[in-house]
Design a protein around this ligand. Sequence first.
Ligand code: ATP
Ligand code: MG
Length: 327
Amino acid sequence: MGLKAVFEANPNRRYIMFGGKGGLGKTTFSAATAYWLASQGKRVLVFSVDPQASLTDIFQRDIFGKGPVKIMDNLWAQEIDADSHIKTYQGEIRKKILDMYGLDAVPEEIENYIQAASAEPAMEESAIFDAVVDVVVKGDYDYYIYDLVPLGHALYYLSMAKVYDEWINRVTHLREEMREYEEMVSRLKREKTTEQDEILNELLYIKGRINASSSILTDKAKTAFFFVVIPEEMIIDDTRNAAKLFAQFDVPIGGYVVNRVIPHQLLEQNIPSYLRNRIQMQDRHLDGIRSAFGNQVLAYVPELERDVTGLPMIEKLADIMYGNGSR
Ligand SMILES: Nc1ncnc2c1ncn2[C@@H]1O[C@H](COP(=O)(O)OP(=O)(O)OP(=O)(O)O)[C@@H](O)[C@H]1O
Ligand SMILES: [Mg+2]
């Protein structure tokens, strides 16, 4: 089955991710897929949390931190600025402290603490996580294409979703038990308990969001995760290992797309032995890819004559991946 057929056979899969090691073509394939779906009349958002602003590069538009930017009919691109999300977080925390204690200014000690906490990688991760949940839970588009950062990072993110979820489950449960207990005590004392439990509500809210996003991420019917590979030995090994890990996190692997295949037709031309050798080497690794991933390989994308930037090149690639040029 080819990529196009996979999309057509699974119209409910609205959350699409391309994953893989650095520089293999995740952003390129995300953009081409978004382009193809949009040209089929679907409303598409392609988004990333990549501080390198690679969607800005590929679409040649200033997108970073600007919310969804319209690229063409049916196609929007968004680059989430994690730093500004952290600043918003900090602002919210300050406001809560001021409200809670009726203060006019945040005490220096607490301000120092807020600053220190923001330098933690966990804070950045959770700001990113929150921003992604925000985008995905809203549900305004037919398709969400999440242009992922390189593999290791994506795995960390997924594992965090799982840890988050377990942690919050436990705390929510405790909190609910406490509430029952408190209600019982106040009944005995014949007091009324109309007062809202704000902490519990907040926890339930967070839990609801996390459940929504992690169930989306791991739902085979709604989500497809495609691995990008290239015909190189190390990449094939790494991808095989990563796929095992992803399976442990219940991420539904939709298939594999092979990038940067040097066109075989070149062999019919008078080409230098250098290139001939490269093609033979790739042939060997393509065999390796077929034996590792078998019929889960959905497309082979050739090495193009130049970088994929700008809509005409994106269209060309989309046509190779999904159009008549696909195989
Ligand atoms: N088939 C191809 N032919 C020619 N150039 C390609 C091809 N695929 C990708 N490229 C180029 O390779 C570079 C890396 O691609 P891309 O940015 O999509 O990788 P990535 O996996 O998103 O990288 P990162 O891990 O840094 O996010 C880009 O300059 C892109 O234009
Ligand atoms: Mg990228």
